[in-house]
Design a protein around this ligand. Structure first.
Ligand code: NAD
Ligand code: 44H
Length: 384
C-alpha cells in the first residue's frame, strides 16, 4: 500500500476542518489535527472522516477522508512524532494561542532535524499580518543555538493570508458548513509540494492587507454596529440600509489607502469590495455578530483591521471618519461572554475610552484619531 504524505494541522476548529485540513486531504495528504478539544479529537479518530457542506441552496457536500486527531496536552510524544513525519505544519488556532503551541512545535522540529534532512514547511493561517513570523519567533525562543542552525535549508516559514467564512458549527458533529468562496495565499519563492487551492506569491503584503482591510474591516463594521442594534447575524444586520451604507463608506476609506499604497486598479478594487459585500449577505451561513466581533482587544490592536487602516489613512492624508466610527462601535461591544469585551468595558469604566485606545491600540490620548473616536463613541452611546 502506498504511504500517504503527512501533514500536521494545529486547531481542528472551523478553518482547520472546514478549509486548510480539507485542502490537504483533497491533495492526497493524511491530516493529523492537533487540538485540546478532547471530544473533537476522539470523534476524528473514531469516524476518520467528516463532511464539508457548502452554504448554498444545494448544500453540495464533500467527504474529507484520511484524518485523525491528537491532543497536544496529553499526547506530546505522538505530536512530536507526527511533526517528524510531516511535509507541512499549519495552524488555524487564533493568533493569541500561537505562543502556547510553539514549545511543542519546537520539540518536534528539534527531533526532526536531528534525524532527517527532509524539508518541513510551516505556515500559520491566522487573521494577522506576519502570523508565521510571530510563530517562528516563539519557536526559535524554544530552541538552542545548534538546533537553530540545523534548521537552515530544512525548515521553512511562510506567511499567508487565509479567506473563507466559516461560522460557528453545531458541536455535536465533525461536519462543517462553509461558504463556497475561498482564497489561501502563501508567500514564498521556494519550489514547494503542491497543495490544491494554495496560491503562491512573492510578496504577501498587498494580499493580506487587501483581505484584512476589506473582508475583515467590513465584517467588523457589520458585527459591531449590528451588535449595538441587537441584531444576531451578519446578513440580518446588512439588510439594514443605514448599516449597509456605513460598510460601503468604511470600505471606501480602506480602499483609498490600499489603492494608493499598492497601486491597485480602482475599478478592480471596487469590484472586490462589491464581491465581499455579496459574501456577507449569505443567509445560509447564519454567521453570528458575536463570532465576527469576538476578541475586540485583538481587533483593536495597532496592526489590525480597524486601527491600522485608520492610522495609515491619516498618514496618507486620507479620510478615516468612518473607520473611527467602527472603532467607537468596537468599544461599545459589551458581550458578557467575550473575555476581551468584558476587559475593555472594565477599562472604560475605570479610565475612559481614550485610555483603552492608548493601551490597546497604541493611539496617543491627544491624537486626532483618538479625539474623533471618542466623539463618535459618545454619539453612539447616546443613541443606544
Ligand atoms: N472562521 C473563519 O471564518 C476564519 C476565516 C479566516 C481566518 N480565520 C482565522 O483562523 C483562525 C482560527 O479561527 P476559527 O474560526 O477556525 O476558530 P475556532 O475557534 O473554530 O478554532 C480554533 C481551534 O483551536 C483550538 N485551540 C484553542 N486553544 C488551543 C491550544 N492551546 N492548543 C490546541 N488547540 C487549541 C480550539 O479548540 C479550536 O478547535 C483564527 O486566527 C481566525 O482569525 C477564521
Ligand atoms: O477570525 P477573526 O476573529 O479574526 O475575524 C472574524 C471574521 O471576520 C473572520 O473569521 C472572517 O470570517 C474570515 O476572516 C473570512 O475569511
Amino acid at each position: 500500500m502506498m504511504m500517504l504524505k503527512q501533514t500536521v494541522h494545529f486547531g481542528a476548529g472551523n478553518i482547520g476542518r472546514g478549509f486548510i485540513g480539507a485542502l490537504f486531504s483533497e491533495s492526497g495528504y493524511h491530516v493529523t489535527f492537533v487540538d485540546i478539544a478532547e471530544q473533537v479529537i476522539n470523534k476524528l479518530n473514531e469516524e476518520q472522516q467528516y463532511n464539508v457542506k457548502l452554504a448554498t441552496a444545494q448544500e453540495e457536500t464533500t467527504t474529507i477522508k484520511n484524518v485523525s486527531g491528537l491532543n497536544n496536552m496529553t499526547q506530546e510524544n505522538e505530536v512530536i512524532e507526527a511533526i517528524r513525519q510531516a511535509t507541512y505544519l499549519t495552524t488555524a488556532i487564533g493568533p493569541n494561542i500561537l505562543p502556547r503551541i510553539a514549545p511543542l512545535i519546537a520539540k518536534g522540529i528539534a527531533k526532526r532535524v536531528q534525524e532527517s534532512d527532509d524539508k518541513l514547511y510551516v505556515i500559520a493561517c491566522e487573521n494577522q499580518i506576519g502570523a508565521t513570523d510571530i510563530l517562528k519567533n516563539h519557536i526559535m525562543g524554544n530552541l538552542d543555538e545548534d538546533t537553530k542552525k540545523a534548521l537552515e535549508g530544512k525548515v521553512y516559514f511562510f506567511n499567508s493570508a487565509v479567506d473563507r467564512i466559516v461560522p460557528i458549527q453545531d458541536q455535536s458533529s465533525l461536519d462543517v458548513l462553509v461558504e463556497p468562496y475561498y482564497e489561501w495565499v502563501v508567500e514564498t519563492t521556494e519550489e514547494i509540494p503542491q497543495v490544491t487551492g494554495m496560491k503562491i506569491v512573492e510578496d504577501l503584503a498587498p494580499f493580506i492587507e487587501r483581505k484584512l482591510f476589506t473582508v475583515n474591516t467590513g465584517h467588523a463594521v457589520i458585527a459591531y454596529l449590528g451588535y449595538l442594534q441587537g441584531k444576531s447575524t451578519i446578513d440580518e444586520t446588512l439588510a439594514d440600509e443605514e448599516i449597509a451604507g456605513q460598510v460601503r463608506e468604511t470600505l471606501k476609506e480602506t480602499g483609498a489607502y490600499l489603492v494608493k499604497e499598492y497601486g491597485l486598479d480602482q475599478d478592480e478594487h471596487l469590484a472586490y469590495i462589491n464581491k465581499n459585500i455579496e459574501r456577507f449577505k449569505n443567509s445560509y451561513l447564519n454567521d453570528g455578530v458575536e463570532r465576527v466581533g469576538r476578541s475586540p482587544i485583538r481587533k483593536l490592536g495597532p496592526e489590525d483591521r480597524l486601527v491600522r487602516p485608520a492610522t495609515q489613512a491619516q498618514k496618507a492624508g486620507l479620510s478615516y471618519t468612518n473607520l473611527a466610527q467602527a472603532i467607537a462601535a468596537a468599544l461599545l461591544f459589551d458581550h458578557p461572554e467575550d473575555e476581551e469585551a468584558v476587559k475593555i468595558q472594565q477599562m472604560i469604566q475605570e479610565n475612559g475610552p481614550a485610555f483603552v485606545l492608548k493601551n490597546i491600540s497604541s493611539l496617543a490620548e491627544d491624537s486626532e484619531i483618538t479625539k474623533e473616536v471618542v466623539r463618535q463613541y459618545e454619539a453612539l452611546k447616546a443613541r443606544k
